[in-house]
Every structure is written in C-alpha cells, then in structure tokens.
Design a protein around this ligand. Structure first.
Ligand code: ASP
Length: 582
C-alpha cells in the first residue's frame, strides 16, 4: 500500500496514528540536527520531520539528500507540530518518519514547482506535466472539471442525452478551414475533422433524440489569433420542437445554474438586445455591459457647421468617459495616438472637456459653440467632470474603433471587474454577411440557420436585410455561446445553399445526406453551442483559455511538449498515397 492518507488530509485528530503518505519532495530544509521535508501531492502538503533524537542516523542522512521532485513513500507517526502553520490545512501536525522508500528519482526540474514559478511560458509548456503540478494550473483543471460536471448534471436533469458524434467526418461549414485526415483505405480521399457536430446533432433530431448535448472537441484550422486554439471544446446542444424562446429559456437556465453553483451568484433574467441595437449602442455584437459609456450618435448635432471631417463622415459618434476631464492634455494626446495605431485605425479623435462649472472646452472650438457642445453632452450622456471622445468616418469602421476605445478605457479604469458577471442575449443577427474580398455573401452563423419567418423572399431583393433566427449569449464582452433555429425542410435548405453560391450539384455532394434526412419527417429544431474553454476561463476570472487547458497549443498551433505537428516518414506517406513526386 502506497498510502493510507493523502498529503492534504492529516489533522490534529490524527495525532498518534501510524500513517503512510506518498508524493513528491517539494522542499527540504536542513537545520543540521533536524530536517524537514515538505511532501506534496494533488491534495496538499504535509511536513515530514526527521531529527537527531528520534530518527535513526541513517534515515536522517537519507532525508538530507532527497532531491526536489523525488517520489517517495514515507511512513511514520502523526505528531503535533511545535510551531503550527495556519496557512495550510495540515499545518497543525507533522509526520515523524520511521521509514522512507524512494519510489522514483527526479531530475532537477527546469523551473520551480511553486505558485509563483521562475519558469517562463515557453519552458512551462515544454514541461507541461511539471507545470500541472503547480497549484494555479492544477486548480484550473479541477475548476474546469467542476464546471463540466455541473453542465452535465444540469442538462441531464433537464432531459438532455449526451451522444457522441464522430470525429472522422466530412466538412461542416463553420467558417474556418477543415483539418483533414487522409484515408489509407480509400486512396485519394480524406476525412475532415469536425468544426462542430452541427450536421450530426441535426440528424439526431431527425432521429427523434429530442434533446441532445455533448461536451465535444471541435477543430478549426484558422489563422493565428491570440488565445485561439485549433482544437477546443464546446458544450454542443440541440432540441426538437422548439422556437427561439424555448432555446433561450433552456440555456439561460444552464448559465444561471453555473453562476449559482460555481460562483454562488443569483443573476436576474438576462437582458436581450438585437444585433442592430448592440452595434448602435456599443459598436460590438458582444458588448461588455458591466459598465456604461454607451455610444451617442452625433450626426444631427455635429454636421451643421463648417467642420468638414464630420460633415463628410457617414457617422459621427462619441462616448462620455466618466471623470475623464481630469486627464491632462498629454494623456488625451496619448489616447489619440492609441486610436490612431494601425490595430485600431482611426484617423484622429475629437474631444470635449465637460468642466465642473458646466462649460465645455473642445478640440474643435473653432467650429462648435457652447450650445452645440451642450447637445453633444446630452447625446453621449456626459456630466460635468467627464470627457467626450468623438470618432467619425465610415459607419461600421468607426463603430468598431470606438468600441475598441471603450473597452480599452474600461480596462484602464478597472471597470472590467472579473468577479462581476453581466450576461445578455444578442438576437436577430443578419442571416448573411458580405465578404468584402470576394463580394459574395456567406452565412453569418452557418448555412443551416433559418431566416426569420416571412423573410425568405427578401433573400432575392435585399439579402443583407434578412434577419436570422440566430442568437448569441454574451458574458462580460465575450461570446460564450451561439446558436440558431435551423432550417428543417429540403426546399428552404436548397434556397439557402443557392444564395450562398452553391450549385445544386455542389450542395448535394456536400450536404445531400442532410437534405435527404429532411425528407423523412425532420422535426422543427434548434440549438446552441457554448465554448467551454472560454466559459471556464471567464468563470475562473481569468483571461487566457490556455490556462484552463491541460495540454494547449501555442500561438503557432504547436504542441511544444510532444513537438507536433511533425513530419512523417516516407513509408507512411506512401501508405497514405501522399507521397509527392517532386
Ligand atoms: N454549430 C454552431 C457553432 O459551432 C453552434 C450552433 O449553431 O449550435 O458555432
């Protein structure tokens, strides 16, 4: 038997008992006449003690030479500690060791196994198994487990059945590239790894499963963006005989359950905004509503004077920065530089100070008088002591720029509090999105999303105006879930594919199986998928999803620990019919 207890278990009630512990040598403190060894496992730390008086000489010598991370089994008697350590749960006791057994040696680890380690990100990723021994990483994985268990518990209680869908499939269009897998047995043919189980969950509805969920890996070969993983985990869900309202209710329920069980929070019913409203008020379809600074559109009150920059702009829009009048001229100039960085892309920024005495001082006083500026303040909701910041230009671009500024300011002002949770639904997304490069429309959500009732005909005349039965769940400025009510009849699905630029043959070759299935009594259905990695990191009050994934890829899509991707040998290439004759 390796252990009678774990390293996190012993208390003063155990004093006097004989126990065995197994774990890793965390630290050795050698005071000459006494040696203390901290023994660590997943559950905690227990102090082992060896001394001149009570320990055999040979054992004391052995303790002295234990290297960090050596795996040992220690047997002895639990005794009361002379000086207690109130910082750890086992701090009242120590183990007076009578024997140790070395279970395995360890090389000196390349970084310290401490909460604050001396190891940088790269080295920790290369030795991720050592990183996982550290509390912050270990606790994140335990936290993730807890969230996943609560998801399973809640959905199962609501009648959802977890069904596994295949990984070796055919392309599912979620807007990214597929990872492909060559088929050895079918020369020249490939599987695609699922970007999501979308088509399968719809087929499960045709199959009468009624309520499905799955905590499932998805794969998307996307260009590198910070904090994206080529493989990630979704809580994927689908329900039959539902309208949008039913889906929102069900998954607001799941989210509330998680906030309650994981964070102990009771949150009110989630507000809902339409996509158009979100863009207008926040310049963003995933607004962070933990703070205000809503957009004020200034066209009406800023385009009547001689200021050409505004007059020639599609949109003039501003925000009021609370207390921002205290910014120095230099600070404001820095903000102007910030919005002019290529990542944001604004050409310039106009500002207006709202003085304590009720007067205004703007960077465009040449054009606008106090009366004008009073109106700017009214539109942006600025109070005395605030600072109004105004951008102008093309509508969509300008909104996006001001949104970036709003988020940056909120971050700097500490308004994005990690322990505050403000979920909301964004609904009524456009069905289609224009690809600026190709000039073609593609599905904003995916091609199986249904248009709002009665809007099918609009596809021919004004495609951009068609709204979808699609919704996102947004939490603290992040899209944590997205879904839609699906098309469930062949004809509509065919029309959709036509508008997305598929020929009937292409549509049949790629999605014939789904349209065939629709002909056998497909029930109305809809669903949603949550990004588990992101959800867990937000609930955990942290920003990076990597910290909540046991073995993440780096920003170049590499696993530096196992060194993947990597070349394969010629023999394997040949077997897969991939040997290129160059
Ligand atoms: N398949 C979609 C996605 O992965 C979610 C859904 O529509 O349920 O984003």
């Amino acid at each position: 038997m390796y252990r009678s207890q774990t390293c996190g278990e012993l208390r003063s009630s155990h004093i006097g008992s004989e126990v065995s512990l197994s774990g890793w040598v965390h630290k050795v403190r050698d005071k000459g006449f006494v040696v203390w060894v901290d023994l660590r496992d997943r559950y905690g730390l227990t102090q082992l003690v060896f001394d001149d008086e009570r320990t055999q000489k040979e054992l004391l010598e052995k303790a002295r030479t234990l290297g960090r991370e050596t795996v040992i089994k220690a047997t002895g008697q639990v005794i009361e500690r002379a000086s207690k350590n109130p910082n750890i749960p086992t701090g009242d006791i120590e183990l007076l060791v009578s024997s140790i057994e070395i279970l395995n040696d360890s090389l000196v680890p390349p970084f310290t196994i401490e909460d604050d380690t001396d190891g940088g990100e790269d080295i920790r990723m290369k030795y991720r198994y050592l990183d996982i021994r550290r509390n912050p990483v270990k606790n994140n994985l335990i936290f993730r487990h807890k969230v996943a268990m609560e998801v399973r518990k809640h959905l199962s209680d609501q009648g959802f059945i977890e069904v596994e869908t295949p990984y070796l499939i055919k392309s599912t269009p979620e807007g990214a590239r597929d990872f492909v897998v060559p088929s050895r047995m079918n020369e020249g043919q490939f599987y695609a790894l699922p970007q999501s189980p979308q088509t399968f969950k719809q087929l499960l509805m045709v199959g009468g499963m009624d309520k499905y969920f799955q905590i499932v890996k998805c794969f998307r070969d996307e260009d590198l963006r910070a904090d994206r993983q080529p493989e990630f985990t979704q809580i994927d869900c689908e329900m039959a005989f539902v309208e949008q309202e039913d889906v929102l209710t069900a998954f607001e329920g799941l989210t509330k359950h998680l906030l309650k069980e994981i964070k102990g929070l009771d949150v009110a019913d989630f507000p809902r905004v339409t996509y158009d409203e979100a863009m207008k008020r926040y310049g963003n379809d995933k607004p962070d509503i933990r703070f205000g600074m809503e957009f004020g559109e200034l066209n009406d009150v800023a385009q009547h004077k001689e200021f050409n920059v505004f007059n020639s702009a599609e949109l003039v829009v501003g925000i009021a920065v609370p207390g921002g009048n205290s910014y120095t001229r230099k600070e404001i100039d820095k903000l102007i530089d910030w919005v002019k960085r290529p990542q944001v892309g604004a050409k310039g920024m106009v500002y207006c100070r709202c003085n304590e005495d009720g007067s205004y001082k703007s960077s465009v006083d040449k054009f606008y008088d106090q009366n004008d500026l009073t109106k700017w303040a009214a539109v942006t909701g600025a109070k005395s002591g605030d600072l109004i910041l105004v951008l102008s230009g093309k509508e969509h671009e300008t909104r996006t720029q001001l949104s970036a500024l709003r988020m940056e300011l909120a971050e700097r002002m500490g308004l994005r509090k990690p322990d505050e949770f403000a979920p909301l639904w964004v609904v009524d997304f456009p069905l289609l999105e224009l690809d600026e490069e190709t000039g073609h429309y593609h599905a904003m959500h995916h091609p199986f999303t249904s248009p709002k009732p009665g809007q099918l005909a609009l596809l021919d005349t004004d495609p951009a105006a068609v709204r979808a039965n699609a919704y996102d769940l947004v939490l603290n400025g992040n899209e944590i879930g997205g879904g839609s009510i699906r098309i469930h009849d062949k004809k509509t699905q065919e029309i959709m594919f036509k508008h997305l630029g598929f020929t009937p043959e292409e549509a049949k070759a790629q999605f014939g199986f789904l349209m065939d299935a629709f002909q056998y009594g497909a029930p109305p259905h809809g669903g949603i998928a949550f990004g588990l990695d992101r959800l867990v990191s937000i609930l955990g009050g942290q920003e990076t999803i990597r910290d909540f994934i046991a073995f993440p890829k780096n920003n170049s899509g590499r696993d530096v620990m196992i060194d993947a991707p990597s070349p394969i040998d010629d023999e394997q290439l040949k077997e897969l019919n991939l040997k290129l004759d160059l």
